[in-house]
Design a protein around this ligand. Structure first.
Ligand code: BGC
Length: 746
């Protein structure tokens, strides 16, 4: 007994001594802010300067003397990018960095299912953990303003509300694994052409109502630990050190406590970077190898030049300490977080997640009843005996290319392989049909299958047409790819139409065999001059590792499609506000250094523009068909009047009236009937996805508050909900409003 007492006492004493010796910054029982202050007080000027800029392409140093490890970032946003060399973009050639590619973010947005975004973030976070990455450079939430935008596939569509609902769970899921998200590109990086020189001119109202809400949600709701400044300028200042964007909006108004990371090479000026809110500089073009200098990272704007200004007395350490505090906070959230779970790479659960998201995001755009099929639809395929697959995108890997989101995957099931595997009992033939881009490598990552082709376009068409005549069904898998001027970073598309002569090929095929399914692979809308002739159209996005399996399962009807478009699919380019008003790509200034791009359409982006102009799109925002049918009942509000402190709920009953299980997304748009300012015809303010068995009915309740009724008042710089009449419009697409009701705001 005495022995036990003595050992307990001894243990208590040693623990006490240890606790006393443990510096505050290492003491996990202490509040984080106290630990940050303690660490800061122990750091030298050199150590402080070191942690606010890169030491390699994707890492920044920790504080070795104090036990803070180096900090590693990586792209993002669809999978963990393969490692590159320390100071070069080319891949390092590791054998342990093959990953799972998750569907591109347009596909995620098309699920209209925040639960999918949570799963996405968690699974990608686990892959990042395994690869020892502390921050993933994503997700991207720049608004889809023009279908020419080269990086739209990396973003979440045109609607600020949809993007906000989807970005929050992605971040929460990822950060629950102890991996920081870095939301990008803040802000107004809505197209790629001249992205380093574009100065965006936009009204305050459009900025706050359209372009900022998803970033704001990422900060104020999801609590993102990282945000990436965009390349372009706003109010003549680069966004990586922009007073209004970073100091005023992000850090003052939204109370952001995380780190602002520069886009790679987005920092241009030491003093602006000091004063205007940049915290962590990456990728500046002071590459030692190119400039013939060693350790060029010391030349970064926030490295020696900053230290020099402090030494000269031009700056105190006030701004520096704020940056370092934020970086230390990031360390405590990531590298110093000992509660982090273990990561996994390429686990079956990650493939399952990638597959589920892909299947839920695929959009059935058109599925017309055909006389030749006794008034049945072509999809899902009804036990065909001979399938002909046509198109380069059936055999092209799409996870390689497109810029920084390019990946090195452990596997990518190509559409042709997926279809062959699913339809084992039938004859599946293939015809190339057209030649697009045969290059299949990016930064040293190459793809196994050769796309080399010697036959001419007419030979390829002739072969495809001949085979089409023999087939029960033709599945054309075409669209865009990840090459320059397609869906690719650094460039925009040059045309709205399909490239590589695909339109002519589709016309020829449908003439030979009207049972044609067109599967469009892209992150953007494309022109479809042949739309009326093609009975079935599927939007297949870039859906990552499980592409082939996901597509085949939808075509076969194993999965009932439930994706909805996250953007308006225009008939022609000029149906889009940015193009109708000739605002894209902007006007060069006389010195040809800056190009001003004025967002003249203001808040009228996407369906807000087509609604206002009464333009019929090819496919509306929120559109997406199913193999079953749904009936929406009458919407019932829980009150007819509300105050600005109230909420109002709308209940609508949904019934699956068809013969197979499926999911429908109920969309609630608000229309302001009396306003002192011009307001959109309607705006999405809530949605809910419901899964129903045949014959099953369920109520969906959508609740909104004053935010959903407000506009951004430019005079007072505040959100205003004006009293008056509003209308709640409920439907299954922005052009399919089936029930509505009015209510008053008192
Ligand atoms: C892209 C970023 C990316 C970074 C690092 C930049 O060119 O704009 O989105 O995260 O490179 O690869």
């Amino acid at each position: 007994m005495t022995k036990m007492l003595i050992s307990t006492l001894l243990l208590m004493m040693t623990t006490n001594v240890q606790a006393r010796q443990l510096p505050t910054y290492l003491d996990e029982s202490k509040p984080v802010e106290e630990r940050i202050e303690d660490a800061l007080s122990r750091m030298t000027l050199d150590e402080k300067i070191a942690v606010i800029h890169a030491q390699s392409k994707f890492s920044s140093p920790g504080v070795k003397r104090l036990g803070f490890p180096d900090f590693w970032t990586d792209d993002g946003p669809h999978g963990v990018r393969p490692d590159v060399l320390w100071d070069e973009w080319v891949q390092a050639g590791q054998s342990n960095d093959s990953c799972v590619a998750f569907p591109a973010l347009t596909c995620l947005a098309a699920t209209w299912n925040p639960e999918m975004a949570r799963i996405y973030g968690e699974n990608l976070g686990e892959e990042a953990l395994y690869r020892d990455k502390d921050m993933i450079l994503g997700p991207g939430v720049n608004i889809y303003r023009t279908p020419l935008g080269g990086r739209n596939f990396e973003y979440m569509g045109e609607d600020p509300w949809l993007a906000s609902r989807m970005v929050v769970p992605y971040i929460q899921g990822m950060q629950s694994k102890g991996v920081a998200a870095c939301v990008k590109h803040y802000a107004l990086n809505n197209d790629e052409e001249y992205r380093h020189q574009v100065n965006v001119i936009v009204s305050d109202r459009a900025l706050h109502e359209i372009y900022l809400p998803a970033f704001k949600a990422a900060v104020t709701e999801a609590g993102t630990w990282g945000i990436m400044g965009a390349y372009n300028l706003y109010k003549d200042q680069h966004n990586c050190h922009n007073d209004v964007m970073l100091n005023q909006i992000l850090k003052r108004d939204w109370q952001y406590d995380g780190v602002v990371v520069s886009d790679w090479g987005g920092c241009h000026d030491t003093e602006e970077a000091i004063k205007n809110g940049l915290d962590l500089e990456f990728g500046s073009w002071t590459d030692g190898l190119m400039m013939g200098k060693t350790n060029a990272y010391d030349l970064y704007y926030l490295a020696d030049p900053y230290k020099q200004l402090i030494k000269e007395g031009k700056y105190t350490t006030k701004e520096l300490d704020d940056k370092v505090r934020r970086v230390l906070r990031l360390f405590f959230r990531t590298t110093m977080n000992r509660q982090k779970p273990y990561g996994f790479l390429c686990s079956e659960s990650h493939y399952e997640a990638a597959l589920r998201i892909a299947q839920e995001g695929i959009v059935l755009l058109k599925n017309e009843k055909m006389k030749a099929l006794k008034n049945e639809t072509l999809l899902p395929l009804k036990q065909p005996k001979r399938i002909l697959v046509v198109g380069e995108n059936a055999i092209k890997m799409m996870t390689v290319g497109g810029g920084s989101s390019s990946l090195k995957v452990q596997r990518e099931i190509l559409p042709l392989d997926g279809i062959r595997d699913r339809f084992k009992d039938c004859e599946v033939d293939f015809a190339r049909g057209y030649v697009g881009d045969t290059v299949q490598s990016y930064n040293g990552v190459t793809v196994g299958r050769s796309l080399y082709e010697t036959r001419s376009a007419s030979e390829l068409t002739a072969e495809a047409v001949e085979k089409a005549c023999q087939a029960d069904v033709v599945i054309f898998i075409g669209g865009l790819n990840k090459s320059n001027h397609q869906d690719c970073e650094g460039f925009d598309r040059k045309e709205f139409g399909l490239p590589y002569g695909q339109d002519q090929l589709i016309e020829a095929l449908v003439k030979a065999n009207p049972r044609l399914v067109y599967v469009n692979i892209s992150g953007n809308a494309v022109a479809m001059p042949w739309l009326a002739k093609v009975p079935a159209i599927v939007q297949g996005w870039f859906i990552g590792s499980e592409s082939g399996e996901a597509l085949a399962s939808v075509l076969a009807g194993d999965v009932n499609p439930s994706g909805k478009l996250p953007f308006t699919w225009h008939q022609q380019l000029n149906d889009c506000g940015a193009h109708a008003l000739h605002t894209y790509p902007g006007t060069w200034r006389e010195d040809y250094k800056i190009i001003d791009e004025e967002y003249k359409e203001g808040i009228y982006v996407g369906y807000r523009w087509t609604d206002k102009q009464n333009i019929k799109p090819l496919f509306a925002f929120g559109h997406g068909l199913s193999y079953t049918t749904f009936k929406l009942g009458k919407v019932i509000a829980d009150k007819t009047q509300m105050t600005t402190n109230d909420q109002i709920s709308f209940k609508v009953n949904v019934t699956n009236t068809g013969t197979c299980a499926g999911a429908e997304t109920v969309q609630l748009y608000i229309s302001d009937k009396e306003a002192s300012v011009d307001r959109p015809v309607k705006e999405l303010k809530a949605f809910g996805k419901v899964f129903l068995q045949p014959g099953e009915s369920r109520d969906v309740t959508l609740t909104i508050g004053r935010d959903a009724l407000s506009f951004y008042d430019e005079a007072t710089h505040a959100w205003v909900a004006e009293p008056g009449t509003f209308e709640a419009l409920v439907g299954t697409a922005s052009d399919k409003i089936t029930t509505k009701c009015s209510f008053e705001l008192k």
